[in-house]
Design a protein around this ligand. Sequence first.
Ligand SMILES: Cc1cc2nc3c(=O)[nH]c(=O)nc-3n(C[C@H](O)[C@H](O)[C@H](O)COP(=O)(O)O)c2cc1C
Length: 167
Amino acid sequence: METKNFYKAIAPRPIALITTIDEKGNPDVAPFSFIMPVSIEPPIVCFSAAPQRKTLKNIRKTKEFTLNIPSKENLNKLWFCAQKYSGDNKIRDSGLTEEKSIKVKQPRIKACIAWIECTLDSEREYGDHVLVAGKVVEFDAAEDSALKTLLHIGKDKFTISGETISP
Ligand SMILES: Cc1cc2nc3c(=O)[nH]c(=O)nc-3n(C[C@H](O)[C@H](O)[C@H](O)COP(=O)(O)O)c2cc1C
């Protein structure tokens, strides 16, 4: 098999709808499944973005972002957020509702099931993506959120968690 397809073996992957704002204060939101926690103390989370992503441009300007973890109820709106967009408020136009974050300027997505507010720690280019590390400055989650997490298989295929098994 082609080695460039290795990432398809690391699936399904949790998704974060990452919210940012641009220099005018206009909010943006986009789904990312190349995400992972990398340190508990201090709390640090990473995600990987193609260099052309608006998310990356906004973070470079404002040094902040929020990971909003969606459930399956958000799937169609999430799909809208993955498309090219040229308006001034993708959150509103996707049908998602924003609410104030606790510690950072960009809004949270109300209907999500967990929220991780971050300030930029660092970024580093890896091949065709840029790895972004964020210091976690605020975290909230709905009860049982881990059982409702929407997972990405690839392209337009998704699945959900929901079953708990133990060794
Ligand atoms: C479920 C899902 C997961 C995605 N994960 C990533 C990702 O981890 N990194 C990335 O750069 N793009 C990812 N994308 C693509 C971007 O979300 C999408 O192309 C982007 O929102 C378009 O915004 P742009 O105009 O800022 O490029 C993903 C798309 C979907 C549907």
